[in-house]
Design a protein around this ligand. Structure first.
Ligand SMILES: [Zn+2]
Length: 329
C-alpha cells in the first residue's frame, strides 16, 4: 500500500532527485506501455520518490520501479533484461511467495543451522529492509561472511512461519561486491502488556572479551572469565493478537524499572542472590501496558523507547491509532 503522506514528505525533501530521473521515468513508461501496461507518470514518480527517500542507488531504483509495476501488471520481468537472470530488486518488494529476483545485500547475521540440507542461514538486508535467507546445501553456492556484501542472482521467495524468506538454490549465483551496502531496518510501534520476563534478564555478567552474557560465569567462546555486570530485560509483549520478543538495553532497563545498575548490584550483594533483581523487575513491570517502539532484528524487537500506557494522553493514543495501518487493526 502506498503511504501518500510519506511520499509527499519525501517529495518536499528530494525535489531535485526525482527531477533528475525524468529520462529514466520516461524510459520505464515506454517499456511498460510496449507490454500493454499504461502507468501514469505521477505513479512512476511516486514510486521513484519513495525509493530515493531511502537513499537507494539510482540504477537500483530504476530496476526496482520497473520490476514493481511489471510484477503488479502480471508481466514477466525477464522480458526487460534479455539474459536468463532475474531483475535486481530491493528487499522491500519481496512481499509475495514464489517471486524470483536478484538482490544486492549485506549479510547482517549468520545463524547456526544443524540441518544438513542447509548450508547457511541468516539475515541479509539492503537500504529498504532485511530478510531471512536460507542457502540450501544442494545449491552448492559459496559461503558468505557476516558484514560483507554480495550480489545474489536468482533467489526465490517463500513463507516460513508467516515470515517471508529468500532461498538460495541451484539457479542462484553469489558474487561478492565491493560497494558498502547500508542496511535499513524496519521500525515498529506496539501497544501491549508485558506478560513475561525471560531467563537472562535482570543483573547479568558479560564476557569482557566478546560481550556475550555469561552462564554460571562461563562464556561460550572464552570459557571461565571475570565478567562485568550489566542489566537488561528480555521480555514478551502481548498486543492482544500476538506476543513479541523485546530486548531492553542497560539504559532503557534503568529508565523503565527505576533501578540503576549500581542499585541492582547493591540489591544482589545484600541478598547474596542475583535473582532478587529480576524478581523486583517483575514486581514493577509484569502485566502492565506499554507503548514500545523499536527495530525488528530477526525475531526480536530492539527497543528504542518504552512508555507506560498510563503516562500517555488521549491525543497520543489517537495519533498512535492513526499511524497503525488499517489492515492490522
Ligand atoms: Zn567471550
Amino acid at each position: 500500500m502506498v503511504d501518500f503522506q510519506k511520499l509527499l514528505n519525501n517529495k518536499k525533501q528530494n525535489p531535485r532527485n526525482v527531477k533528475e530521473m525524468d529520462p529514466e521515468i520516461q524510459e520505464i513508461k515506454t517499456k511498460l506501455s510496449e507490454e500493454g501496461l499504461n502507468i501514469t507518470e505521477a505513479d512512476l514518480k511516486a514510486r521513484f520518490t519513495l525509493l530515493s527517500g531511502f537513499g537507494v542507488p539510482k540504477n537500483e531504483i530504476v530496476r526496482s520501479v520497473l520490476n514493481y509495476f511489471a510484477t503488479q501488471g502480471g508481466i514477466d520481468t525477464k522480458k526487460f533484461y534479455g539474459g536468463g537472470d532475474n531483475a535486481e530488486v530491493t528487499v522491500d518488494t519481496l512481499t509475495d511467495e514464489n517471486m524470483w529476483g536478484t538482490v544486492r545485500v549485506k549479510v547482517v547475521q549468520l545463524w547456526n543451522s544443524e540441518h544438513e540440507s542447509i548450508n547457511q542461514v541468516g539475515l541479509v538486508g539492503d537500504a529498504t529492509g532485511t530478510v531471512k535467507f536460507t542457502s540450501w546445501a544442494s545449491a552448492g553456492a559459496m559461503n558468505m561472511e557476516e558484514g560483507k556484501s554480495y550480489l545474489i542472482k536468482n533467489v526465490v521467495t517463500s513463507k516460513f512461519n508467516e515470515r517471508m524468506q529468500i532461498g538460495i538454490n541451484k539457479k542462484s549465483v553469489i558474487s561478492p561486491v565491493d560497494d558498502e551496502i547500508e542496511v535499513g531496518y524496519a521500525t515498529m510501534t506496539i501497544v501491549g502488556a508485558l506478560v513475561n520476563i525471560q531467563n537472562g534478564s535482570g543483573l547479568i555478567k558479560r564476557c569482557p572479551e566478546c560481550n556475550r552474557s555469561l552462564r554460571n560465569g562461563v562464556c561460550s567462546e572464552h570459557g571461565k572469565v571475570q565478567g562485568t555486570y550489566d542489566i537488561r530485560i528480555k521480555g514478551s509483549l502481548d498486543d492482544g493478537t500476538e506476543s513479541h520478543s523485546i530486548l531492553l538495553n542497560t539504559e532503557l532497563t534503568e529508565q523503565v524499572t527505576g533501578i540503576n545498575q549500581e542499585a541492582a548490584i547493591a540489591m544482589a550483594v545484600e541478598a547474596m542472590d542475583q535473582s532478587v533483581v529480576v524478581d523486583e523487575f517483575e514486581n514493577r513491570l509484569l502485566c502492565r501496558f506499554f507503548v514500545v517502539e523499536g527495530t525488528k532484528m530477526d525475531q526480536t524487537i530492539l527497543v528504542s523507547s518504552m512508555t507506560p500506557l498510563g503516562e500517555i494522553g488521549q491525543e497520543d493514543i489517537k495519533s498512535l491509532k492513526a499511524a497503525i495501518p488499517a489492515e492490522v487493526v
